[in-house]
Design a protein around this ligand. Structure first.
Ligand code: 13P
Length: 252
């Protein structure tokens, strides 16, 4: 039986957003300060260029800021990379690691993702570790096998419910408008919960498991009601305050 955990609705802005986008965060903060107080934590992961700016906008509001990736090392000769410590210094509280776009575009393996999650812990950031099957893997009936392998390889041994969030994002559902059925989401999330409990004991019962992939205001309530879904990782629909609020409102 899974423990009751506070949900997290996280926005992944990907490579979108400039300084003017802070108006969306201001608008969201205003909604969060209104009468409807959703029973979830709210996080925005903008491009690294905006972490400090958005942290300033979010100051004193119920919005946390996070990074989208980090290097495993603390510093050094790694042109173009950003360390977990730098994100922390810029105002981040979380960092996404192992997003499928990083796995695909930058050849990130489970081993690399695990090292990045360890870097997040070292810096005092919560790691949001992403897993998810491709369409071919799903068609071949490999979904659960793929997810279990990714979990095993990508999660550090010391993962706890405080330091780690798992995000299940079926690759074929990202940015496509397609989502798995609630039953399919329930099956995968139950399997993730089981794997987490087996490996991490009581911590595994409390670890948040987010669903991601084409979450929008119109499907959020149904997806967020699925057992073992403890929130969402939202791409496109997190860019506009109104849409993101529509998803957060699933917890109102
Ligand atoms: P979309 O919500 O745009 O499908 O993206 C999901 C995602 O990849 C979040 O990390």
């Amino acid at each position: 039986m899974a423990a009751r955990v506070k949900a997290l609705v996280a926005g992944n802005w990907k490579m979108n957003g400039v300084r003017a986008s802070k108006k969306e965060v201001t608008a969201l903060a205003r909604k969060l300060a209104g009468k409807t107080k959703p029973a979830c934590d709210v996080l925005i992961c903008p491009p690294a260029t905006l972490v400090t700016t958005l942290k300033e906008v979010a100051k004193g509001r119920k919005i946390a800021i996070g990074g989208q990736d980090c290097h495993a090392k603390q510093s050094g000769a790694h042109t173009g990379d950003i360390s977990a410590e730098m994100l922390k210094d810029a105002g981040a509280a979380y960092v996404i690691v192992g997003h499928s776009e990083r796995r695909a575009d930058h050849g990130e393996t489970d081993k690399i993702v695990r090292a990045k999650a360890e870097a997040a812990y070292r810096a005092g950031l919560v790691a949001i570790i992403c897993v998810g099957e491709t369409e071919d893997e799903r068609d071949a009936g490999q979904t659960l096998k793929v997810i279990r392998t990714q979990l095993k390889g990508s999660l550090p041994d010391g993962a706890t419910a405080k330091t780690t969030v798992v995000a299940y994002e079926p690759v074929w559902a990202i940015g496509t408008g397609r989502t798995p059925t609630s039953d399919d989401v329930a099956k995968v999330h139950a399997a993730i919960r089981k794997a987490l409990e087996k490996r991490f004991g009581a911590e595994g019962t409390k670890m948040r498991i987010l669903y991601g992939g084409s979450v929008k205001p119109s499907n959020a309530s149904e997806l967020m009601a699925v057992p073992n879904v403890n929130g969402a990782l939202v791409g496109g629909a997190s860019l506009k305050a109104d849409d993101f609020w529509g998803i957060i409102s699933a917890y109102a």
